[in-house]
Ligand binder design. Structure first.
Ligand code: NAD
Length: 308
């Protein structure tokens, strides 16, 4: 891949750029922000780490979209993060305006790009990027599920005292407290979680996963998580850039899958060249299906408040 753009050179954006550079996922990464000199400074600092970290990806910073022209993937992280006491939905009004402006610029500079939305409230922002860009649904997606499953997996590994590598998990739904972790699709080296942990312990980890973002916000006090979100985005970029066809939970536009229409919500997607190649529909219990529908309805309530 030739060029990846990351819009927003804040905590998440800079972390995404760094992981993508470390993995040499493109020849060039452009970091864009409205704050003068900030993206240039962070880009230069990262580039100066290249001889030690051993990568040749060139990272540059910019305050306009000229240098981003022709990007194949654009990651949008521009927007306010949460502070203690805020829900992701509290960010909606401000971040919608930013997403509209940024998406319009992205379309002009990189009309064939794939957009990965990161700003919150994630499902709403993904929908805004989809509507404003006019891109096909395969080329607009949101990152949330990889982060939510990573949190669940890290808690499982800690509880069972096993390698994180062996912990697999699945989380569906909107990126909020209504997300739907699926213990029935969660396993450790292929062993169903239910054989390794009591129902009570699983429920406690599910609850911690739902509130995982808030746990970090409460600790950081001045912003939200960025290490785990950054690497989660890089995993999506890698699957697309290398056409790996990984099946990863992503926010995707649904047109009837899971009985849900006209909204973005987290579902397992096959990611490869061109973006979302397929949405995978897994069997759900009645209870899980109901929780997914409730989660999608909550996203739709937010969408109804958005003016495009
Ligand atoms: P941050 O404040 O550190 O960075 C945001 C950056 O966006 C700032 O540097 C700001 O100047 C820039 N920005 C604002 N308006 C812009 C515009 N019009 N054009 C270009 N840049 C602009 O925040 P952060 O911690 O990096 O978080 C960024 C967003 O990502 C937040 O909305 C946060 O809630 C979200 N987030 C999402 C997930 C997820 O799982 N999807 C995880 C973590 C954070």
């Amino acid at each position: 891949m030739q060029k990846i753009t990351v819009v927003g050179a804040g905590h998440v954006g800079a972390t995404v750029a760094q992981y993508c550079a470390l993995e040499e996922l493109a020849r060039q990464i452009v970091l864009v922000d409205i704050i003068e000199d900030l993206p240039q400074g962070k880009a230069l600092d990262m580039w100066e780490s290249a001889p030690v970290s051993l990568f040749d990806t060139r990272i540059i910073g910019a305050n306009d979209y000229g240098p981003t022209e022709g990007s194949e993937i654009v990651v949008i992280t521009s927007g306010l993060p949460r502070k203690p006491g805020m829900s992701r939905d509290d960010l909606r009004e401000k971040n919608v305006e930013i997403a509209k402006l940024v998406t319009a610029e992205v379309v002009k500079a990189s009309p064939d790009s794939i957009i990965i939305m990161v700003a919150n409230p994630l499902d709403v922002m993904s929908w805004v990027a989809y509507k404003v860009s006019g891109f096909p649904k395969s080329r607009v997606m949101g990152m949330a599920g990889i982060l939510d499953t990573a949190r669940f997996r890290s808690f499982i590994a800690e509880k069972l005292d096993v390698s994180t590598e062996d912990c697999q998990a699945m989380v569906l739904g909107g990126h909020g407290d209504s997300m739907v972790p699926l213990p029935s699709y969660t396993s450790v080296s292929g062993i169903p979680l239910k054989q390794l942990m009591s129902e009570k312990d699983i429920d406690a980890l599910v609850e911690r996963t739902r509130k995982g973002g808030g746990e970090i916000v409460a600790l950081l006090k001045t912003g939200s998580a960025y290490y785990a979100p950054g690497v989660a985005v890089a995993q999506m970029v890698e699957s697309i850039a290398k056409d790996k066809k990984r099946i990863l939970p992503c926010a995707a536009y649904l047109e009837g899958e899971y009985g849900i229409k006209d909204t973005f919500v987290g579902v397992p997607c096959k990611l490869g060249a061109g973006g979302i190649k397929e949405i995978i529909e897994v069997e759900l219990t009645d209870e899980e299906r109901e929780a997914l529908h409730t989660s999608a309805e909550l996203v739709k309530e937010q969408l109804a408040l958005v003016e495009l």
